[in-house]
Each structure stands twice: as C-alpha cells, then as structure tokens.
Design a protein around this ligand. Structure first.
Ligand code: ZN
Length: 291
C-alpha cells in the first residue's frame, strides 16, 4: 500500500478491543510555520499539538471544531490549535524569548490545556481542561482522555520542522476486557514511533511494521490541509473592538490601518474611507456593508 502525506489513517486491532489512528502532517505543518520563527522547543510543542488535534478531530462523528489551547505563566504564554471535522487545520503559538535548549517543563509553568469541542450553533461547546505536566504534551492529553472521557489512551507525538505526526491508541468502551500486558505492550510499541518514520508519509505498511505481531484492519486515509477561516469581516471586527478614535488616529499616522492574521499571516488594509464606513453604523454589530 502506498504512503500518504498530510493524512490520518484510522485502524482497529482485529483481536484486541483497541482502535487507533496514525497521522502525518507535512505541507499543512510547513505552511503553519510560514512567517513565524519559532525556536525549536516551541516548534516541537506546536507540532505535537497539530498532530494531537488532528487525531482528535478525525474521530468526530458530527460537523464541528476541536480547539486545543495552552495558556500558562511560562515562556509559552499561549498556543492555539484548531482542526475541523473536515480536517482543516490552523494554529499558532506566542512564546517570545524562549531559549533554543528549553525543555518542555521549562516552557509550561502553571500551564493548562483546554480542549474545546464545538459542534456548531446547535449545541453548547464542551470543554475539558487538564494541567500541563510531564515531559511532553502527550502525557497531559493521555490524562485528559482518562479523566474527561474515561478512555485509557496511549499517545505518541513527534515533531520536527519538516513533518510532525503521531499515533493514538484507545481502548474501546463496552468491549471485552483488555489484558493489562497487551495494553502495556501496545503502548510500548506506539512509543517507538519517530519523526524519521514519517518522512515518506504514512500507510498501512508503517502500522504493520509498528505492530508486527498483531492483526490490524486499516481504513482509508483521510487528507488534512491548512486552512484559515479569517476574513475581511473578522478583521473589521478587530478594528471595531479597538474603537473608533484609536483606529482613526492610527490611520492618520500611517495613512491606513493593517490587520494581520496571526494564523496565516494575511494582511488586510483599511484606508480612511473604509474606516469611515466601518464606524458609520457603530456601535452596532458587524455590518454587511464591509467586505
Ligand atoms: Zn488567517
């Protein structure tokens, strides 16, 4: 079977009540880094977050969005990663002044990781929060699954500049008992996944190499892509929040105001005429007159 880049592959173990998914991100991951100069430790956490969020989103049974957000007092002050059930991904981190050799625990003092599942306008979003602890993000996310969803999980995440990815194994609820030794063995094997294994993409061959003793049923891969949902209308809302007098004075100084999206780097420009129109109907809600 061939290998696929920017893809997630679901699978189940034929003889054990365990399901899983294997993900690799390449173009989407490289696009996410464009315009940012993340130091290596931040790049690693961002890549782990991208892979984890893709793994969670691929399991959604409804149209919705998964948002993983880390906030803390440490040098990594904020990280946001979003993936829709259509597997469109975007993310960014704010971490000024991180030393190139910082270890994960140094980045995330007093940090919390919130995972929000938003099923659209029909339902209230569900949010689970875990303390960020351990040597890598995967430790916190395994805790999240155990505490929020009562699903024992093994999660291995890998990340470097060229690609990132990971593997998630989960016990299937309501099935036969899974022997502890088997569960431990699968966790050990999942933890052997390395970035180098993902260089050529992912496929059934890689899964069968990781779990050579087990019968797997491997499903069709699904593609992931970078996609930012920013728009001129949302940029206009940023200026409305800034307020009319600040926006007008910034425009007077520079001749125009620019709003740059932190996710995709796209800049939208507003001149004096745009700004006059923008605030003509203020303080009402977002207007359809701005496109
Ligand atoms: Zn954007």
């Amino acid at each position: 079977m061939q290998s696929h880049s920017d893809a997630v592959i679901p699978f189940v173990f034929e003889s054990l009540p365990v399901r899983g998914a294997l993900i690799q991100l390449q173009s989407a991951w490289q696009r996410m880094q464009l315009g940012h100069e993340y130091p290596p430790p931040v790049l690693e956490v961002l890549g782990h977050s991208a892979a984890a969020t893709g793994l969670i989103a691929q399991s959604l049974k409804f149209d919705g969005t998964i948002t993983l957000q880390i906030n803390g007092d440490g040098p990594l002050s904020m990280l946001v990663m979003q993936c829709t059930s259509e597997l469109q991904l975007r993310g960014m981190a704010s971490a000024p002044g991180v030393p190139a050799d910082a270890a994960f625990p140094d980045l995330v003092s007093n940090a919390r990781c919130a995972i929000t599942v938003d099923a659209g306008a029909m339902e209230r979003p569900y949010q689970g929060i875990v303390e960020v602890c351990g040597d890598a993000l995967a430790d916190s996310l395994e805790n999240y699954y155990l505490r929020s969803a009562q699903i024992p999980s093994h999660l291995q995440l890998v990340s470097e500049a060229a690609n990132c990815g990971g593997i998630l194994l989960q016990q299937m609820p309501g099935q036969d008992e899974l022997p502890v030794d088997d569960w431990r063995r699968l966790g050990f094997l999942a933890a052997t996944l390395r970035s180098a294994d993902l260089g050529d993409g992912v496929g059934a061959d890689l899964l069968r190499k990781l779990f050579v003793e087990d019968d797997l049923r491997v499903f069709s891969p699904r593609s992931l892509a970078f996609h930012c949902r920013c728009s001129r209308k949302r940029a206009a809302e940023v200026l409305r929040l800034l307020g009319e007098s600040d926006t007008r004075s910034a425009c007077r100084e520079q001749g125009r105001v620019e709003v740059t999206c932190e996710y995709c780097g796209r800049t939208r420009r507003f001149d004096a005429v745009d700004i006059a129109r923008l605030f003509a109907d203020a303080p009402g809600p977002a207007s359809d007159t701005v496109h």
